[in-house]
Design a protein around this ligand. Structure first.
Ligand code: TXA
Ligand code: MG
Length: 364
């Protein structure tokens, strides 16, 4: 018994509820004290729950990687509460980066800039850039202010799993591994922030999100989309893309994957409906439990657990990770999903869906 305790080093994980409109100061102080002492605290943001640690505490950052089972070369986002904090962390940002900050912060946009020495290499996976974001959530902002330093905060899930949008998702993944989880209710956006690299011209969107390519281009002109994020078939990366691809090391790892196998079917609605029925019948014959993700109310699938995820991308974003997690809990073996249009927020949702399928996409 003792040996097992030593190996797994279980920590008692506390859960406290904090009001997201008026965070109770004494509760925020309680959480902040844990981080000041080098501990880990999961907290809500507007996108997904983050696993917070002091961005200048190398030991705490090491524990973040350990708790998530995250590869050491996958850099973390540094979360700030005030605009002036950018200058503590990054070298002179370009003018267009400032425009983005003024327009979209606080909010779901992460900006990659050249880093200053003060940011520990371990936080940036050895990269000379740092990703910065100011979250739009009062609990997150009060916590950062109360600690008094920026916080690194990757999504608070086990590496490779769907990101957590509820405190209970965090508990499921990180119970026994972190000191505290702040329950601030379900997150309002549901998928992670847009990540844009502003250290190159034109800037490159490394991860699409609800701050859309269209909205960014309207403000600062042409940007590139890492073509990896829109690849529709099997992953094949051109030379230039593979260079960019390595810039965001997170991209090369398995992501958002439930235990079930996931297949995405793409094509005209009518053909997709037909194909999914065929695939489902086949799977059912093999005694598999089938789950279907649908974006159309008029598609009724028989003998399968069907989750209607919404017909509007913003609504789907809010529900997608919850649906994937719930299907795992139901013991579903295979998830077959319809596909959505790749414009605007649809691009971000499609990206998460296809990654969760490991790019297992059938075109009809
Ligand atoms: O919405 C979000 O961004 C959430 C909440 C908690 O803020 N956080 C989040 O963190 O999604 P994480 O660690 O799960 O994803 C961060 C992504 C990864 O794909 C990582 O590779 C990329 O951002 N990233 C971080 N620092 C980077 C850097 N210096 N250069 C390029 N990519 C970077
Ligand atoms: Mg993540």
């Amino acid at each position: 018994y003792l040996v097992i305790r030593v190996i797994t080093k279980m920590i008692k994980t506390k859960l406290i509820r904090i009001n997201k409109f008026r965070p109770e100061p004494e509760k925020i102080r309680y959480a902040a004290d844990i981080i000041k002492r080098g501990g880990l605290v999961a907290f809500p943001t507007e996108t997904v729950y983050g696993l917070g640690a002091n961005a200048f505490d190398e030991n705490a950052i090491r524990n973040v990687f350990k708790a998530k089972g995250r590869p050491a070369d996958n850099p973390l986002i540094v979360h700030i509460a005030e605009l002036k904090d950018v200058h503590r962390l990054a070298k002179k940002p370009p003018k267009i980066a400032k425009l983005l900050m003024e327009r979209f912060w606080p909010g779901p946009l992460t900006i990659v800039l050249k880093k200053k020495k003060i940011v520990p290499d371990i936080a940036t996976g050895g990269s000379n850039t740092v990703a910065i974001r100011m979250p739009d959530n009062r609990i997150a902002i009060s916590l950062i202010k109360s600690v008094g330093v920026p916080l690194v905060a990757p999504s608070a899930n086990i590496s490779g799993k769907p990101s957590p949008t509820r405190a209970k998702d965090v508990l499921e993944d990180l119970k026994g591994k972190i000191e505290l989880i702040i329950d601030g209710g379900k997150t309002s956006i549901g998928i992670e922030s847009t990540v844009i690299d502003m250290t190159v011209m034109p800037p490159i969107i490394l991860r699409p999100g609800v701050v859309t390519l269209e909205a960014i281009e309207k403000l600062i002109g042409k940007v590139k989309l890492l073509s990896f994020t829109v690849k529709e078939e099997k992953i094949s990366i051109s030379e230039t893309d593979s260079k960019n691809f390595l810039k965001s090391p997170g991209l090369k790892y398995k992501h958002y994957a439930p235990n079930a196998e996931v297949i995405v079917v793409e094509g005209k609605a009518k053909d997709v409906y037909k194909k999914i029925n065929l695939l489902a019948d086949e799977a059912l014959k093999n005694n598999k439990k089938v789950g279907i993700i649908s974006f159309r109310k008029d598609h009724k699938y028989k003998n399968c657990y069907t989750a209607f995820a919404g017909s509007n991308a913003k609504v789907v974003a809010k529900r997608l990770f919850t649906i994937l997690r719930e299907m795992d809990k139901k013991g579903i073996d295979i998830i077959i999903s319809e596909s959505l249009s790749g414009k605007g927020i649809g691009l971000a949702v499609s990206d998460r869906l296809k990654r969760s399928a490991g790019y297992n996409i059938i075109k009809v």
